[in-house]
Design a protein around this ligand. Structure first.
Ligand code: PMP
Length: 374
C-alpha cells in the first residue's frame, strides 16, 4: 500500500528505512562513537571557503551555463584531455556525482535494459536503475574479497545488458579493484559493446598506488567524479561526468530540464581545488586505514584487503546472528556503524567509516573487541 494514494508506483522502489533505523537509534545516544558517516571529517580548505565567499560577493549568483561555468569546465576538460587524450571525450559539470549518476541512468537505460551492479554496491545504484525501468543484475563479490570476478561478469552478460556500474575505490568496502581485473572489465565491456560507467569519486583516496581507471583500457568509458569527498565539500554539490561527446551532449540537455546547473558560485570556488594540496589529509586517512584494519584483525574480525575510500567492511562475528542484529548490539554500546544489508542482498557484514578522529576510532575498536568475545 502506498503511503498516499497520489504517490506514483516508482516510489515503491526505494525507502530509507534501514539507514533511518540506525539514525533513529543514534539520536537516543548521549555520546555516540560515530563511525557511520560517509563524508570526510576534515574541514573544507580555507582557500576554497574564501573563494566561495568571494564568488557570492562578486555577484556570481545567477545560473551558470548548463555545461558548467567555463572557468571550471575548461580546467576539468583540460585535465581529462591531458590524462586520457581520448578523441571526442567531453565533460559536463553536474550537481554532485549523484547528479551525474542520475543523468547517466536517464540517458542510457531503456525500460527492460539490464544493468550489471556488483554486490555490495553504493546504495543508489539498484534504485536509480529501477527508477528508469532498468533491471539490476547483481553480481556477488563476497567470495572474491570484493574484487571483480571476470568469469561471473561474462556469465551475467545477455543481449539485454546495457550498462555496467563500476566503483573503485568502493563504497562500502574500501576495496580498490586490481589493475588486472579493471583491465579485464574494460576490455569485456568493449568486446560486448556495453556501456561502462566508472564511479571514481574516491580516486584521490587510494593508499597503495594510483587508481587503475578502466578508461585506460576502454576509451568509451563514462567516468563520474566530484569534489565532495576529496575536498570535504559534500554540501556544495559539484561533480562532473566525462565520456563520448554524443552521450554527454544528451546528458547536458537532460540537465537543462532537471538540475539546470550545478551551484554557480561554488563552481567558481571549486577552481581553488586546482591549487590545493590534500596529500596530508590522504596520508592521515591511510594511517587510519592501517590502524583500523590492524585493530579489527587483532580482535578476530575478517576484513578483506582495502586500498581506498574511508571504509572497511568486516564480517560480523560468527554465531551472533545477522549483521543487523550485531549492529543493534553495537549501538547498545554507543557504537554507530552501518549494517551491510543497506548495500547488499546479504546481511552478514557491516560498514565502518574511518573518517573520524583516531581517539574515536580507538573507542570504536574497543567496543568491537568486546563484542567479538561474546
Ligand atoms: N558515488 C559513491 C560511490 C558515493 O559513495 C557517493 C557519496 N556517498 C556518491 C557517488 C555521491 O557523491 P556526491 O556527493 O558527489 O553526490
Amino acid at each position: 500500500m502506498p503511503a498516499h494514494p497520489w504517490l506514483a508506483d516508482r516510489t515503491d522502489r526505494f525507502d530509507s528505512s534501514g539507514i533511518r533505523k540506525v539514525f533513529d537509534l543514534a539520536a537516543k545516544l548521549k555520546d555516540p562513537i560515530n563511525l557511520s558517516i560517509g563524508q570526510p571529517d576534515f574541514p573544507a580548505p580555507p582557500a576554497l571557503k574564501e573563494a566561495a565567499c568571494k564568488a557570492i560577493h562578486d555577484d556570481l549568483n545567477g545560473y551558470s551555463p548548463t555545461q558548467g561555468a567555463a572557468a571550471l569546465r575548461d580546467r576539468l576538460q583540460a585535465r581529462v584531455d591531458e590524462e586520457w587524450g581520448h578523441e571526442g571525450r567531453k565533460l559536463l559539470v553536474t550537481s554532485g556525482t549523484s547528479g551525474a549518476l542520475n543523468l547517466a541512468m536517464w540517458a542510457l537505460v531503456n525500460p527492460g535494459d539490464e544493468v550489471i551492479v556488483f554486490d555490495p554496491y553504493f546504495v543508489m545504484y539498484p534504485t536509480l536503475c529501477e527508477m528508469v525501468g532498468g533491471v539490476p543484475v547483481v553480481i556477488d563479490t563476497y567470495e572474491d574479497d570484493f574484487q571483480i570476478n571476470l568469469a561471473k561478469v561474462e556469465a551475467a552478460i545477455t543481449p539485454k545488458t546495457k550498462l555496467i556500474l563500476f566503483n573503485s575505490p568502493a563504497n562500502p568496502t574500501g576495496v580498490v579493484a586490481s589493475a588486472e581485473s579493471t583491465r579485464g572489465l574494460a576490455e569485456l565491456a568493449k568486446k560486448h559493446n556495453i556501456a561502462l560507467l566508472s564511479d571514481e569519486i574516491y580516486r584521490e583516496f587510494c593508499y597503495d598506488g594510483a587508481l587503475p581507471s578502466p578508461a585506460r583500457w576502454n576509451d568509451q568509458t563514462i567516468v563520474v567524479d566530484g569534489f565532495s569527498k576529496s575536498y570535504g565539500v559534500t554540501g556544495w554539490r559539484i561533480g562532473w561526468i566525462h565520456g563520448p561527446s554524443a552521450l554527454i551532449d544528451k546528458m547536458a540537455a537532460l540537465q537543462q530540464y532537471t538540475f539546470v546547473c550545478a551551484p554557480h558560485p561554488l563552481q567558481h570556488a571549486a577552481i581553488e581545488a586546482f591549487h590545493t594540496d590534500m596529500s596530508a589529509q590522504v596520508d592521515a586517512y591511510r594511517e587510519r586505514r592501517d590502524h583500523v584494519v590492524a585493530g579489527l584483525r587483532d580482535a578476530g574480525y575478517e576484513v578483506a584487503p582495502t586500498g581506498g575510500a574511508f571504509y572497511v567492511f568486516p564480517k560480523a562475528p560468527a554465531g551472533q546472528g545477522s549483521a543487523s542484529e550485531f549492529v543493534a548490539r553495537a549501538i547498545e554500546h554507543e557504537l554507530l556503524v552501518i549494517p551491510g544489508g543497506i548495500f547488499s542482498r546479504r546481511d552478514t557484514h557491516f560498514r565502518i567509516s574511518y573518517a573520524a578522529p583516531m581517539a574515536t576510532l580507538d573507542r570504536g575498536l574497543e567496543v568491537l573487541r568486546r563484542l567479538a568475545k561474546r
